[in-house]
Design a protein around this ligand. Structure first.
Ligand code: SAM
Length: 249
């Protein structure tokens, strides 16, 4: 039946595709991909011969209307991105919004997502977290963004590119502090999967000292802001210090 299927694809390890994903990609009449050449390799690996069309940030709004036309004709369409879950720092938001507004079903398949996969093994609190996508590439924007998140008690998750990792870690040390506990997950599900963790300043030093840590795909996670009650200092001591501070000139 006419529907748009949102289909996650592997973030590195091809075995992570689900059997339902393969089934849907075989059955739909059209697969909208971020990059048809890139996805062509993945699809041919699984022997999927479904027709492909490009849907990227620049043509998404126009292409959405064309896809809605396909749905109106009773066709089923799938959306995939280069890797992981579509719409998560990837195109698809405008398409899903327009398809829903046009009254068609949007059917999500669960599957790989770098943020969730990295968080699950990070050792950081996972009961509350905030996915923040990519930090701004310009320093001023990056610092402003991090300052706005400084007191957020939730675990913060960022996507990062290898050539910006040192700059971003420097900005984190400068804003959240040298002691903020962070975890850097690199090449998750791939051969050189690595987790570095510790105070932000230590992780920055390790990444500076080892050029290998500046390669590949990276998820950066920061422990949320700790409130007084969570710190190692007993509440009574914190309160006494607060009272003392009030008395200071
Ligand atoms: N939609 C994807 C998802 O569900 O994770 C994310 C797409 S975004 C354009 C690409 C970014 O995701 C990379 O720059 C990196 O931060 C992160 N990423 C993707 N694959 C990864 C992997 N295997 N290990 C670590 N990070 C990864």
């Amino acid at each position: 039946a006419a529907a748009l299927y949102i289909v996650p694809t592997p973030i590195g390890n091809l075995a992570d595709i689900s059997s339902r994903a393969i089934e849907v990609l075989n059955q739909v009449s059209l697969i909208a991909c971020e990059d048809t050449r890139h996805s062509g390799k993945l699809l041919s690996h699984f022997g999927i011969e479904t027709r492909k069309t490009a849907l990227h940030d620049h043509n998404e709004r126009d292409r959405a209307q064309w896809i809605i036309q396909k749905l109106t004709n009773g066709e089923a369409v799938a959306l995939i991105s280069d890797a992981g879950t579509p719409l998560i720092s990837d195109p698809g938001y405008h398409l899903v919004k327009q398809v829903r507004e046009a009254g068609f079903n949007v059917v999500p398949l669960p599957g790989p997502c770098a943020a969730i996969t990295a968080l699950s093994a990070s050792g950081l609190p996972s009961d509350r977290f905030s996915f923040e996508g990519f930090l701004p590439s310009k320093e001023k924007g990056r610092i402003d963004k991090l300052l706005a998140l400084k007191e957020d008690p939730r675990t913060l998750i960022f996507y990062e590119s290898p050539h910006r990792i040192v700059h971003s870690l420097e900005s984190i040390v400068a804003t959240l502090g040298a002691d903020r506990e962070i975890v850097m997950a690199r090449e998750v599900t791939k051969t050189f999967e690595t987790f570095l963790s510790g105070p932000a300043a230590d992780v920055l030093q390790q990444v500076k000292d080892d050029l290998n840590q500046q390669k590949g795909e990276i998820v950066l996670m920061c422990h949320g802001h700790r409130t007084d009650s969570e710190s190692d200092i007993p509440a009574v001591v914190v309160n006494t210090l607060k009272l003392l501070c009030q008395e200071l000139p």
